[in-house]
Design a protein around this ligand. Sequence first.
Ligand code: ATP
Length: 359
Amino acid sequence: MQAENTAISIEKVVKNFGAFTALKQVSLQIQNGEFFTLLGPSGCGKTTLLRLIAGFESTSQGKIFLFGDEIENLPANKRPINTVFQHYALFPHMDIRDNIKFGMRMLKFSKQDMDHRADEMLELVQLSHFSQRKPHELSGGQQQRVALARALAPRPKVLLLDEPLSALDLKLRQSMRAELKQIQQETGITFVFVTHDQEEALAMSDRIAVMSAGEVQQVGTPKAIYDQPANSFVADFIGETNLLDATVEQVNQEAMTCCLDNQVRIQCPNSVASDQSQQIKLSIRPERLSFSAPDKALMTGHICQKTYMGTDTQFVVDVGQGLLVKVRAQNNLVSTDELHQGHQVGINIDAAFARVLVN
Ligand code: ATP
C-alpha cells in the first residue's frame, strides 16, 4: 500500500552491472513536495538510483512507484520527471528564452502556454532581463539557473538534480543553495537532489538518505542525522565527530554508563539495545566538548594540534592511553588565542549529546 502523500516509493531495488551490485535492496519513500537528498561518498550508488527513477536504466530487482503507479514499463520521456545535470548542457546557439522553451516544444505545449510559462520561469530564476542572451554571455551560476528553469518549465511532478552545484565555485554554490531551496518551496515540486557534500545536504534538505556501498544507512531530517546518527559510518560522514571506543558498564531504561579506554566514565542517554560489558563506540561532536579548569574537568590532557577555522578553533587533545579527542571552541566565547600546543587543559563533555553506536 502506498501512503497517499508519497511521490516516489522505492521498494527493495537491486541494480547489478554484470557481476557488480551497485544497489543492494534499497527501499525509500519520498514525500510529495519534499526536498529529498541522496547523500554519500563517490561510488555509493546515488546517480544509479537517480537514473532508475528517471528511467534511463532499469532495475535488476524490486519496484519503483510514482504517485502509486509502478513505472517499470514507462519510458523516460513519458515519466512526469525531469533532470538537471551537473553539466547543464544548454544549447549554445539558442538564446535563454528558447533554451527554456525547448522541453515544452518537445512536449508540444501551445505557443501561448509556452510563452507564458517561459516568462514565469525567467522571473522565477531572476533572469528576465537576460532572456535574449546566449548561454556564453552568462556566468556559470546564471547558466545553472537557466538549466533549472528549462527543467521546471514543463511542470514536472518530480525534479531530479544530479550534483547541479558542483561545477560552481564555493561562494556561488553557497548562494545557489538558498536559491534552489527557495525555488523548490515556491514551486512545491518534489526535488530529489544528489550530492556527496554533507554541508550542502544539511543546508537544503527536508530529509536526507545517507548511502554507502549501495545501501541506505539512514533516512532522516538533517537534525536527526546529525544529532542521532544510526551508525559509525553516518556519524563520521556527516560533520566531524569523536568516535571513541568504550565498554558498557551499566544500563537502565534511560541511561548508560560507558567507560572509555582512558578509564573515564560517561553517563549518556540510552539510545540502543546493548548489554553490560558490550564494546561500543561513543560518537561525540567536537562542539559538545569544552575546556574547563583541570580540577573541575572530566578528563585532562595536553593540546597537540590547533586549527583556526574563522568562527571556531579546533583542537586535538591527547587525554592519555593514546586517546585523542577533538574539541571545537567558538572564538567569540572562548579565549582560544591563549590556548596553544603543549598546554595542559581540562575537558568536559556534554554527555546528553553523546551517542552510543553498536556498529
Ligand atoms: P559519484 O558521486 O562519484 O557520481 P555515485 O554515488 O553517484 O558516485 P554511481 O555513479 O551510482 O555512484 O555508481 C555506483 C557504482 O556503480 C560505482 O562503483 C560505479 O562504478 C558503478 N557503475 C555505475 N554505472 C555503471 C555501469 N554502467 N556499468 C558498470 N558499473 C557501473
